[in-house]
Design a protein around this ligand. Structure first.
Ligand SMILES: [Fe+2]
Length: 310
């Protein structure tokens, strides 16, 4: 097996083995530049939500019902209508229809347990409570079992427009609605199964890029227009107009070989976007990629894919 010992991710060399054997974080900690640092009440609330959601995840329970505070509701009511205005103009039809079906409104923070039950009836996906951003492999293992991990905490009120980590607004307003679409659900599940199965770090990296430029930052053609379906775009005021009209953003057709060669930096506004013709197209492209990589063949060998992947 001739897998390289190191790979390039976010512009830096990483150990290939870290993609298949990531560390799990059992302790809650805010990142060094988090706006909530120094706010004891926010940190205590985050610790409580970390503990309860991690416990529910590890004991395979659905998302706990959360009694959201007045501060959390205020943040939701501030952000949600502004995003909704942009969604109506720029989100994909599939997203908008699902958001209505799920009855996600700007007034009250929805309970992810309730949304998860509705999603399960539609596409047999379900929501898994997550204490924060999960390591890739754990994240993909959950998706392989048709469980999408969702956080239940909200960003800090001092910077409602910004979150350095995926929070409940990102997950609920970005990721949950498309789970109501069958092609999207199958696409996601296959990414999860492939990434959770392969022993090769490089395969995980390629699948992660495929996912990043579709599930997180994907654009889609609809009736001759370009619309947004990526969760990272849909949960950000800035990324929605930037992805569609920004002069520093490059938009190109979704060509799988280009996508899996494209590195990205999650800490900045994105500069590369790919436009897919449909979810069915993405699903078919992913099936071909997984076949080329030989992930579900016994004795999968990375060299079988080197003719068309970096
Ligand atoms: Fe995300």
């Amino acid at each position: 097996m001739n897998e390289p010992a190191s790979l390039t991710e976010y512009g830096a060399a990483i150990d290939a083995s870290s993609m298949v054997a990531p560390a799990d974080t059992a302790e809650f900690e805010l990142e060094p530049d988090h706006p909530g640092l120094g706010d004891a009440a926010y940190i205590a609330r985050r610790q409580f939500l970390f503990d309860i959601t991690r416990h529910h995840r590890l004991t395979r329970q659905p998302p706990p019902l959360i009694d959201y505070t007045a501060d959390e509701t205020k943040i939701w009511r501030e952000i949600s209508p502004q995003l909704d205005e942009l969604h109506v103009k720029h989100a994909s039809e599939i997203y908008l229809k699902a958001k209505r079906t799920l009855a996600i409104t700007a007034d009250e923070i929805p309970q992810l347990r309730t949304l998860g039950e509705r999603v399960r009836r539609e596409t047999n996906m379900h929501l898994v409570p997550a204490e924060g951003a999960l390591p890739y492999r754990i994240f993909y293992e959950s998706i392989a079992e048709r469980g999408f991990p969702v956080t239940q905490f909200l960003r800090h009120g001092s910077h409602p427009e910004f979150t350095p980590e995926p929070d409940m607004i990102h997950d609920c307003l970005g990721h949950v609605p498309p789970l109501m679409n069958r092609d999207y659900a199958e696409l996601l599940t296959l990414i999860g199964k492939a990434a959770a199965t392969t022993p090769h770090g490089e395969h995980v990296l390629l699948l992660k890029r495929f996912s990043w430029f579709s599930i997180e930052f994907g654009l889609i053609e609809e009736h001759g227009d370009v619309k947004v379906f990526g969760a990272g775009i849909l949960s950000s005021f800035g990324e929605i107009p930037h992805s569609l009209f920004g002069t520093s953003a490059r938009r190109r057709p979704f060509v799988t070989d280009d996508v899996i060669r494209q590195d990205y930096d999650p800490s900045h506004m994105q500069t590369e976007f790919f436009i897919a013709p449909s979810f069915a197209f993405l699903r078919s492209e992913l099936e071909q990629l997984v076949g080329r990589l030989g992930i579900f063949n016994s004795g999968a060998d990375l060299s079988s894919a080197t003719a068309s992947v970096p």
